[in-house]
Design a protein around this ligand. Sequence first.
Ligand code: MN
Ligand code: MN
Length: 321
Amino acid sequence: MVLRSDRPAAGAGDRELGDLQQRAVAAYLGLAVGDALGATTEFMTPTEIRHRFGVHREIVGGGWLRLQPGRVTDDTEMAIALGRSILDCGRVEPDAVAGAFSAWMRGKPVDIGNTVRRGISHFRRTGVAHVAADDHNAGNGACMRCLPVALRHCMDDERELVEASRRQAHVTHNSPSADAGGEAVLRMLVAALHGGTHSALRGHAQRLVARSPEYGFDRRTVTNPSGWIVDTLQVVFQALFAHKEFEETLVDVVNRGGDADTTGAIAGMLAGAMYGLAVIPTRWLAALDADVAAVCRQQALQLIELATCRAGGLVVGAGGY
Ligand code: MN
Ligand code: MN
C-alpha cells in the first residue's frame, strides 16, 4: 500500500503495521470519524443540511447534542465498551458485555437509544444478558457497535462470527431482521479486513437482500434514514458502492441526514477496512478527540492480536489484554 505524502494520516509507527493491522485501525478510526462527522447532521433533513452547510464535510461538532468538535457519541462509545469486554474475557461473553454497557450507561453518556436503555435496564433488573425476540424493534443499535466482533473473529469461520454477533446483539436487540443485517455487515468487515474490494462486499450485501428482501438497496435514494436497521443499511450500501473513496463515501451518508451519526459510523468502519488508513483525511483524524483516537487504535491492534493468537492455537490468558 502506498502512503500518500500529502496525507500523513498514519501515526508514528503505523508504517510498520501489517496490512490486517492497518485495516483494523482504519476501521476503528473510520467508525469514530463517521460518528463525529455525522453527529452534526443527525435528525436534519438534506434540505436543512444544504441551507446550513452547503455540503457538510468537516468535523465541527454541534448538532442536536451540541457536541464539542471531534466528540463521538454512543456508536463509538458502545463499540469501545464492547471491545474492552472482549479483551478482558478473550471472547464475547454476554454477561461481561452487559456489564460493560451498564457501566457505560452509569457514566451518563451524551446519547443513548431507547432500545439500548431498555436492554441494559432489563439486565440490571433480572441479571439476564439477553432480551426477548421482538421483530418490531429492529433498530440499528447492535450493528453500530459491532466492529470489535469482526476484529476478534476475523480469522474464524462464519459460524463463530455469527454466534458471537448474536451474543453481543441480543444484550439489547433481538430481531431476526436486525440480526441478518448486522451479520452481513460483519461478513463485509471481515472480507474488507482481508483485502476484499467492492465486488466482495457487494456479494455479501446481495446475499442479505436475497434472504431478506426488505434490505433491497438499488431502487430509490434513501434520505432521512431512521434508526431502523433496514433504512440505515440501505443508505450505507448505496453510498459504499457509489464511491471509490473513503471521504466521499462518508460525506454522502452524513449529508442524507436522519440517523447520520450511525450511517456515518457504519459506513466509516466498512470504508476504513476496505480503503485503509492512508486515505482517512488527516484533518478528520486531527479533529477527532485524542483520547478516543488512542483507544480505537489500541483496541484495534489488541483485538487483531487476540484473533491471530487464538487462530494459531495459542492460549492467551483471560485478562491478559
Ligand atoms: Mn450516536
Ligand atoms: Mn445515531
